[in-house]
Structure formats: C-alpha cells, structure tokens
Design a protein around this ligand. Sequence first.
Ligand code: FMN
Length: 124
Amino acid sequence: MGYPTANIAAEDESRIPDDGVYFGWFTLADGDPPRGSLHAGTWLPALVSVGKNPTFDGRERTVEAYVLDFDEDLYGAHAITELTHLVRTQEQFNSIDELIVAMDGDKAAARTLMSQYPGRPQDS
Ligand SMILES: Cc1cc2nc3c(=O)[nH]c(=O)nc-3n(C[C@H](O)[C@H](O)[C@H](O)COP(=O)(O)O)c2cc1C
C-alpha cells in the first residue's frame, strides 16, 4: 500500500493510548544498531496507528509506526515512540483504496505538523 510499518511491541501496555492514528516521533533504543540515518537518539517524524485494523477484520490490537521519508528495514529494531498529536480515529473503510486515501491525508497532516514542529518538542 506504500506505507510500510514497523510493528511495535509495547514494554508497558498501560502506556498505549486509545485507538487512533497519531503523529509523533520515533527513535531506536539505546544500544540498537543504526539503520541508515536513524540511530539511537535521532528522532524521525512518524505516523503511528493504534487499533485492530478494522478494514482487515483484525482481531488483535496493534501499534504500527510508519516513519516518514525513511526506507530502511526496521525489522527486529527496538524502537521508542512519543505520540504528540491525534490525527484521527481508526476507521473501518469499505476498500483498501479508501484506506490509502485516508493514509495520504494522514501524511499531509503529518507534513503540516512537521512544518509547525521541526523537531521533537523536548529538543527545541
Ligand atoms: C498512518 C496509518 C493509518 C492507518 N489507519 C487505519 C485505519 O483507519 N483503519 C484500518 O483498518 N487500518 C489502518 N491502518 C493500519 C493498516 O490497516 C495496516 O498498516 C495494514 O493492514 C498493514 O498491516 P500489516 O503490516 O500487518 O500487513 C493505518 C496504518 C497507518 C500507517
């Protein structure tokens, strides 16, 4: 679909927010080997989807991160995400095409937020 995601396993499930699509920041845990330009302490903007992926009749609640402008493999990485903005709620779409249109909209929203917040809030 053009939106490769890293599946996130939460260390502390109580810190997973309500289902939704969020904008936030993504980095690797200390000690994790670098992946391209990303290394521990470098924060990249990301869209994070939390929910059961109802478009696909998902049963399990997952946390998936799509890191913008990044195409390295994140398989097996230990990641840290900080979610700063709720973009929208998770929805059940009637087709994959509708989901892609929504994700394109999420990406546009992320670009607007990236221009407002050029870096992770605590860094500025
Ligand atoms: C930015 C973003 C928004 C998403 N929004 C929804 C959504 O509203 N509804 C939904 O069913 N799935 C949503 N998803 C999750 C996709 O269904 C999921 O990434 C896709 O099923 C691929 O899953 P897989 O990597 O397990 O194959 C979203 C994913 C991303 C990255």
